[in-house]
Write a protein that binds this ligand. Structure first.
Ligand code: FES
Ligand code: MG
Length: 577
């Protein structure tokens, strides 16, 4: 076994003084023999396992598979926990804690004798949070996603995480589904290990990781319950040890080209709108210039190649059996930087070179470039007096007839106000109204929750209305759909024009021309602006939430903390004793 004096773990384990004794001796209480400290690469397994993060609840076994691979390749694996973020459980929103987890990950890696890192991530925010933290250290790093759940099965048909929840809920409110059926569907939807199996945020993040070159090929789509997921974890354990020996750090892979690839792939798969804030934040950590406009310029004119909910009808399990992301990347090859480097040490093109790697087994699920499911799929970035710093919409999940729309605002001043009034029979609203929700941005909520896809008024649902234009400074679940304008910046809580909208104001949405306009005279807006007072954001008197509201950037900058942008690298901190 080599003793590599350049490994940072040698600053702990390679010493013969008292501190070397301390660093080794306590670790040996777990039964590790002397030769584990002989200079082999020490690999941290960053585990977001938690029973409160159901999508990541199977990660202890996955970590064991990674360890097999690390030992086999001559490394020394040490697993460590970080804070986990369970999307369906945490309040007020997991997004509030994404930056906190990134700090946990960054400091945990740097403070410890690690030479390389394997990230185990799955549920929505666990992927960007861990990656942002790892990027600010910049060691060799590979991601193992936990994999999607098996398809939901309800009364003879496939149902998708999230997407069918929104549909069932509307059905109950419109009287089309009984409470008994609704409760039965719960158990039918989430019936195996894994994360949401729609093309929601978790699957989007897994695809982002694969498109960025940060996971072994096929890493995005293998179901959590498929034994090939464990095999992938084992192989990732092999590979990270080699990556340390090669000095293949994260920043060598996270280039501008990799980010452009991720944007294009995200468009073609109909990925979540949440992709935008997370990719912007990640780019900020590694110093790659990336702006909101890049998403529109690079992605919005790409066709939809993947027929998965919420934009389509299939689920991640079908996607894997159809060939998964390598097939999509191959279809897009003329549009991607195929020479971009990946964690395999090879380029994107080289990764696809093995026989059969790009064969599509089901054209109902993955289309060709010339016969796509939709012509234009990517996220559109809107501008106008209602969103000077931008807003986004996912046209593939919207109603075509609403993409150009003028309607009168029905304003909700908070999420509580919305819940209290949305089903009021006297609410002045019709199918042409534009629902506006304020104070759900990063600073305003706090944490920019997924409330942007507000459910429609009951009385309109009963009339058969299925979609309306909705606008907010919040986000929406990647599993959701509808003509929903999100991430309005600047947000209402910092005095963005959104804060000034009043009931009855005409609003114009024009997605083809990328415009969102509040049709109120400038003098009137100036009058309202002068009278506006910022609302009090709950929970922010002390503690983490206070840090959050004092430092969070706006959505168009990825909602990272101002002081976390950039990286400090993998320096070795001062002696501890
Ligand atoms: Fe965890 Fe959807 S709730 S991925
Ligand atoms: Mg979500």
């Amino acid at each position: 076994m080599e003793s590599n004096p350049t490994l940072r773990s040698r600053a702990w384990f390679g010493r013969t003084d008292q501190l070397g004794f301390i660093h080794r001796s306590w670790i040996k209480n777990q039964g590790h023999p002397d030769h584990m400290f002989d200079g082999r690469p020490v690999i941290g397994i960053c585990n977001t396992w938690s029973e409160l993060t159901p999508c990541n609840a199977h990660f202890r076994i996955l970590a064991e598979m990674v360890k097999r691979g690390v030992y086999e390749a001559g490394g020394f694996p040490l697993e460590f926990p970080v804070m986990s973020l369970g999307e369906p459980i945490m309040r007020p929103t997991t997004m509030l804690y994404r930056n906190l987890v990134s700090m946990d990950v960054e400091e945990s890696i740097r403070a410890n004798p690690l030479d390389g890192v394997v990230i185990l991530a799955g549920c929505d925010k666990t992927t960007p949070a861990t990656l942002m933290g790892a990027a600010s250290v910049d060691l060799p790093t590979i991601v193992v996603s936990g994999g999607p759940m098996l398809n939901g099965k309800y009364r003879g048909r496939d149902i998708g995480s999230g997407t069918d929840v929104w549909k069932f809920t509307d059905d109950v409110r419109a009287g089309r589904m009984s409470m008994e059926e609704y409760l039965e569907a719960e158990s039918c939807m989430s019936r195996s290990d894994g994360h949401c199996m729609t093309m929601g945020t978790a699957s989007t993040m897994a695809c982002m990781v694969e498109a960025l070159g940060l996971t072994l090929p096929s890493g995005a789509a293998i179901p959590a319950a498929d034994s090939r997921r464990k095999r992938l974890a084992h192989l990732a354990g092999n590979r990270i040890v080699e990556m340390v020996r090669e000095g293949l750090t994260l920043s060598k892979i996270l280039t501008r080209e990799a980010f452009e690839n991720a944007i294009r792939v995200n468009a073609a798969i109909g990925g979540s709108s949440n992709f935008v804030v997370h990719l912007l934040a990640l780019a900020g950590r590694v110093g790659v210039p990336l702006s909101l406009d890049d998403f529109d310029r690079l992605g919005s004119h790409l066709p939809l190649l993947v027929n998965l909910m919420p934009s389509g009808q299939y689920l991640m399990e079908d996607f894997y059996y159809a060939g998964g992301l390598p097939v999509v990347i191959h279809e897009l090859r003329e549009l991607l930087h195929m020479d971009a480097l990946t964690v395999t040490g090879k380029s994107v093109a080289e990764n696809l070179a093995s026989p059969g790697a790009t064969v599509c087994y089901n054209r109902e699920v993955i289309a060709t470039l010339d016969k796509p499911f939709q012509r234009e799929a990517g996220l559109a970035v809107l501008r106008g007096n209602l969103c000077e710093d931008g807003a986004i919409i996912k046209p593939s999940a919207a109603s075509p007839e609403l993409l150009r729309h003028r309607g009168r605002a029905v304003v909700f001043e908070s999420i509580e106000d919305y819940h209290a009034r949305i089903d009021d029979p006297d609410l002045e609203v019709d199918r042409d109204s534009v629902l506006v929700l304020k104070y759900v941005g990063p600073r305003g909520y706090p944490g920019m929750p997924e409330v942007g896809n507000m459910g429609l008024p009951k009385k309109l649902l009963e009339q058969g209305v299925k979609d309306m234009v909705r606008i907010s400074d919040g986000r929406m679940s990647g599993t959701a759909f509808g003509t929903v304008v999100l991430h309005v910046a600047p947000e209402s809580a910092v005095g963005g024009t959104l804060a000034l909208v009043e009931n009855g104001d005409p609003i114009e949405l024009d997605v083809p021309n990328r415009r969102l306009h509040l049709d109120v005279p400038e003098e009137e807006l100036a009058r309202r602006r002068a009278a506006w007072r910022p609302p009090v954001t709950p929970y922010t008197e002390r503690g983490y939430a206070r840090l959050y509201v004092e430092h969070v950037l706006q959505a168009n900058q990825g909602a990272d903390f101002d002081f976390l942008v950039g990286k400090s690298g993998a320096f070795i901190p001062r002696d501890s004793h």
